[in-house]
Design a protein around this ligand. Structure first.
Ligand SMILES: *Cc1c(COP(=O)(O)O)cnc(C)c1O
Length: 373
């Protein structure tokens, strides 16, 4: 089966990652496929980011915010929920900074089973919170952070009644590696650098597993350097120590003790990549820049790799990551993990809503002119 041409790829459009990549996933004919048509997200060439890096480099943005629930979590969730249903699970459970719960709730609804989500109180972006309720999850808020929520989920998962769908479930990682497959098929090989935000560190591990698998199978020859970005106030891997009270505006990576820490370190070491940090100011500036310069609106966590790339481009003469220069003609892929509409507050906070004007042409023209100043 050759699925490398765009005609063939079109055959899988809308059918989800299990239909498209069944041979590489832990599913059998006995697995019921619970899918919402996830994956097959656009790899958008970014002319302005490319120009900033210069010297013939090409930057692409893998826009994972276009998955069914607005984040990459859906790729792993389709596999995790399909396998859970195959095993007879009646209730899913997860801890979440927001996107895992949105995704779990949607796939549980699709499967016709229930879903309990454990969330850190007051730390979930409103778009994500709305999703958990809309899909009918049982929402529990704890007076604690994500790491504590995950600890409780681990304990509950030891009981028979709950199937854990956090990324400590290997089915999640298996599903998420399909994003690397899509990139290799679209670019005909791996990029030179792959940049992404790192929270619980499942995704960086999943991408690396995907790249490695396709090279092993002869479906590509190269593997990228994996470059992960954590937020300054939530950077346990970068600092090599658990952060007891992680803080960042990028709530999706507000994690102090990543579950896939060891796998992420291996991915970074084996790929000769690196882990770096960006400040909340850099994240918000990059989020704004990406929306205005490229027309791609992402949530704050997703802007972390963009922030890293913008900083690299400002370290002229030649762009580099912490001393390692970016060779001429490099291909760089940035995964932007979640949609900007997930977290409207962060934009609203810096907005002055317009005062209504009289409903006539001249007043509206005057108001347009006033907003341009
Ligand atoms: C989950 C998530 C992350 C972090 O991914 P990990 O696999 O936990 O490292 C980053 N961005 C968004 C939008 C997310 O939902």
């Amino acid at each position: 089966m050759n699925i490398s041409t765009s005609d063939d790829a079109a055959r899988w459009r809308g059918r989800g990652v299990i239909a498209r990549y069944r041979a590489y996933l832990p599913v059998t004919d006995a697995t019921p496929v619970i899918s919402l048509g996830e994956g097959d997200t656009p790899l958008i060439f970014s002319p302005r980011l490319s120009a900033k890096i210069g010297r013939g480099c090409e930057v692409f943005v893998k826009y994972e915010g276009l998955n069914p629930t607005g984040s990459f979590k859906d790729r792993g969730m389709t596999v995790a929920v399909s396998k859970a249903v195959e095993r007879g699970a009646q209730t899913l459970i997860c801890a979440s900074t927001g996107n895992t719960s949105a995704s779990a709730a949607a796939y549980a609804a699709r499967a016709g089973i229930s879903c309990a989500v454990i969330l850190p109180a007051g730390k979930i972006a409103s778009g994500k919170m709305v999703q958990a309720f809309a899909y009918g999850a049982q929402v529990v808020a704890i007076d604690g952070n994500f790491d504590q929520a995950l600890e409780i989920v681990r304990q509950l998962g030891a009981r028979q009644d709950f199937a854990i769908v956090n990324s400590i479930n290997p089915d999640r990682i298996a599903g998420q590696k399909t994003a690397a497959f899509e990139i290799m098929e679209e670019l005909t090989d791996a990029p030179d650098f792959h940049l992404l935000p790192v929270g619980n560190a499942g995704n960086i591990s999943a991408y690396w597993a995907g790249y490695e698998e396709f090279v092993r199978l002869g479906k590509g020859r190269r593997r990228p350097k994996m470059i992960g970005f954590q937020a300054n106030g939530a950077a346990p891997i970068y600092r090599n120590e658990v952060v007891v009270r992680p803080e960042t505006v990028a709530t999706a990576i507000r994690i102090g003790n990543p579950a896939s820490w060891a796998q992420a370190k291996r991915a970074i070491a084996d790929s000769k990549g690196m882990i770096d940090i960006v400040s909340d100011e850099e994240i918000l500036r990059a989020q704004r820049w990406l929306a205005r310069a490229e027309g791609i609106f992402v949530e704050p966590a997703s802007a972390a790799p963009i922030a890293g790339l913008l900083r690299a481009s400002e370290q002229r003469a030649t762009a580099h990551f912490s001393g390692a220069s970016i060779p001429e003609g490099s291909r760089i892929v940035c995964t932007v993990t979640g949609h900007g509409l997930k977290d409207p507050e962060v934009i609203m906070a810096s907005l002055a809503l317009p005062k209504p004007v009289a409903p006539n042409e001249s007043e509206v023209l005057r108001a347009i002119a006033a907003t341009q100043s």
